[in-house]
Design a protein around this ligand. Structure first.
Ligand code: C2E
Ligand code: CA
Ligand code: CA
Length: 308
């Protein structure tokens, strides 16, 4: 109960300096609270720019202002960088960076999401291809919505993009993100099975939240499970989260899936996630998402990094 209340206060942007598990007088409470280390607050990121208009979106698409920023993933077995996730950024006409929280809903409303996802895939394929040419064997992950995956035309376009560069689909993971009641699950299952048979990898994103559930795990032939950041943040100080992550790791291992811990920010979270059985790590501890050219340079200098 107390933890839920603290969590709620954090989500509201309040700093909780501490809490008492038993009723006490005001004086004792004040002296007890002084001992507490302040609990970290979750800051809700806000963009300064307004949602882009339809004409802004078209300009972003036409003018190569849609960019795949790349965030590295580390294998906990080899301690090496083994892949990058592509995260959408738009560059506004006044050179401000627009995040996916504004772009994705706007592109969805404009009916442009399939086109935009294919552009993200094109850029990711180019990134993986040039990394391979430089001797760096890394995979690329792209976020794809269930709605896109229920569309056979979209699914046919996926392998065609790879054929143009000659890249094998096994270098690419499609992360299935948000869902809505509109996606026809029969079509999704048929299409994802075909995609998997072509050699693409499939990840269930934000596992444990929203629609990303055990039922989806049964229906779609996933190869990877991505644990949402809410289970990883402060895991080193939260036994409940450790138990949940351990249970998910055990399940993933039995199902033959890789399990990626998202949002690892500290060495202590890293060690706990490793001890809890995760196979891969992604998060600010390794790097924030970077523009593709910077990510190439970053990979060159951090390739042999000893992480923790
Ligand atoms: P996601 O797929 O779960 O991506 C991870 C998000 O967590 C990214 O936010 C990333 O920058 C952030 N992140 C990674 N490590 C850390 C960390 O250590 N600490 C914190 N605080 N954050 C971390 P981003 O780039 O803002 O993306 C947000 C969401 O937008 C994504 O969540 C994904 O659902 C969606 N998205 C991004 N790009 C695309 C895209 O191309 N297509 C679609 N359909 N959705 C996208
Ligand atoms: Ca993702
Ligand atoms: Ca995620």
């Amino acid at each position: 109960m107390i933890k839920s209340a603290v969590n709620y206060a954090n989500l509201c942007g309040l700093t909780v300096v501490g809490y008492s598990s038993e009723p006490s007088t005001e004086d004792t409470l004040v002296s007890e609270l002084k001992e507490y280390i302040p609990v970290k607050t979750t800051k809700i990121a806000r963009h300064v720019v307004a949602p882009p208009s339809q004409s802004d979106l078209l300009e972003i698409l036409a003018d190569r202002r849609l960019q795949a920023w790349m965030q590295p993933q580390v294998s906990l077995k080899s301690n090496e960088i083994v892949g990058f996730e592509a995260l959408m950024r738009g560059i506004s006409l006044s050179d401000e960076i627009i995040g996916p929280d504004l772009l994705v809903p706007a592109f969805e409303r404009a009916g442009l999401m399939n086109e935009v996802t294919l552009e993200m895939l094109r850029q990711t394929v180019a990134f993986v291809f040039s990394s391979l040419k430089n001797g760096n064997a890394i995979t690329g992950s792209v976020n794809v919505s269930l709605t896109s995956l229920s569309d056979p035309d979209f699914c046919r376009a996926l392998p065609m993009i790879l054929e143009q560069s000659g890249l094998d689909p096994s270098w690419i993971t499609l992360e299935i993100t948000e869902s809505d009641a509109m996606a026809n699950i029969c079509d999704v299952v048929e299409n994802t099975t075909r995609i998997r048979m072509l050699g693409f990898n499939l990840a269930i994103d934000d596992f444990g939240t929203g629609y990303s559930s055990l039922a989806q795990l049964l229906a779609i032939p996933f190869s990877e499970l991505k644990l949402d950041r809410c289970f990883i943040q402060d895991i080193d100080r939260n036994v409940q989260k450790q138990m949940i992550v351990q249970a998910c790791s055990g399940m993933s291992s039995k199902l033959g899936l890789n399990i990626v811990a998202e949002g690892v920010e500290t060495d202590s979270e890293w060690r706990t996630v490793l001890a809890s059985g995760c196979t891969h790590i992604q998060g600010y501890r390794v790097s924030k998402p970077l523009p593709a050219t910077e990510a190439h340079a970053w990979l060159k200098s951090f390739r042999n990094q000893v992480w923790v």
